[in-house]
Design a protein around this ligand. Sequence first.
Ligand code: OSB
Ligand code: MG
Length: 373
Amino acid sequence: MKIERVDLYHISQRLVAPFVTSFGPQQQRDSLILTVHGDGLSGWGECVATNDPGYSYETVQTAWHILTDFLIPAVLGWTFEEPWEVPEKLSFVRGHPLAKAAVEQAVWDIAARRDNLSFAQKLAAPYEEGPRTRVRVGVSIGIQPTIADTLNVIREKVAQGYGRIKLKIKPGHDVKVAEAARTAFPELPLMLDANSAYTLGDAPVLQVMDPLNLLMLEQPLGYRDIYEHSLLRPQIQTPLCLDESVHSVADARFALAIGACDIINIKPARVGGWTEARGIHDLCREEGVPVWCGGMLETGVGRAGQLALASLPGFTLPGDISATDRYYAVDITPPFTLNAEDSTIDVPDGPGLGVEVDRKQLKRVTLRQETFS
Ligand code: OSB
Ligand code: MG
């Protein structure tokens, strides 16, 4: 297939509630949406970079720059057979995985549509077992003003049917919140995400949470501290999960080789796309390490891509793939809804991403748009 045209949209949507992590609050969610066109078909991708370089060094502005000045010109007029050719095609740009993943997602979508396969079917082609038709999900709860507020939000999410709760923590907002949640919900599958807010010296604080029977503690230490995670791991009983530190199959291999984690959160954007994400999944599966699909407050476009990834056989833990209404009152795609009876979301089974973008709504939330042909 040949990529004949690319459209890029900078959109801005208001979250139904502010999302607060250890690196700060977020209420207005800007993202980039990208469409590739060729052979009479279109494919959609989402760039999940945010306005601030808190989670990643990339922002909406750096992604716009890297996409419009380098990545889009590189794929315009390009003829490819399969989406797994994208990483090599874009390898002349160092880093910037969130920008690259948007291109790769759109190419997976258009190629799956060409093959009359769902994204999940195309991704799952190498495995004996087909893709799951529904995936288990949980919900990630940002830092709330008080412990009482946290318990109220948990109560609300549990009532909606979420079977796994993740709480964001930061120094000074950790042990008491986790203990209160565990006391109020003794059986609840509960986990914590620190987004790199601690250092190895904080191990005593993290040890206090050993008896809380937590599913896992996600990324307590620095973005670049895989080695230090390997030093922390034997000091705590809570299973350790890496998010921010793993950017590639090579990082994952290193982390597993030195015993830095028990679990990996795979976000396709963080690792530059679905090909690399699938590679990490394959490695972890060989090593018997469970993985789950993380989230970045995606629109329905990104959400469809997460569901496809999480349908692969090694994704044995619930992902951060919540129902649309938890983020946006009105989204740019029809809503994804939670199956409350088993805390799952259905994997789209139509061709490609299996969701249609509502162009009127897309237009309403677009701040700027550019077309490349
Ligand atoms: O660390 O997983 C994270 C959101 C933005 C940036 C980083 C993270 C998150 C989440 C939200 O935890 C997950 C979601 O619901 O999309
Ligand atoms: Mg995380």
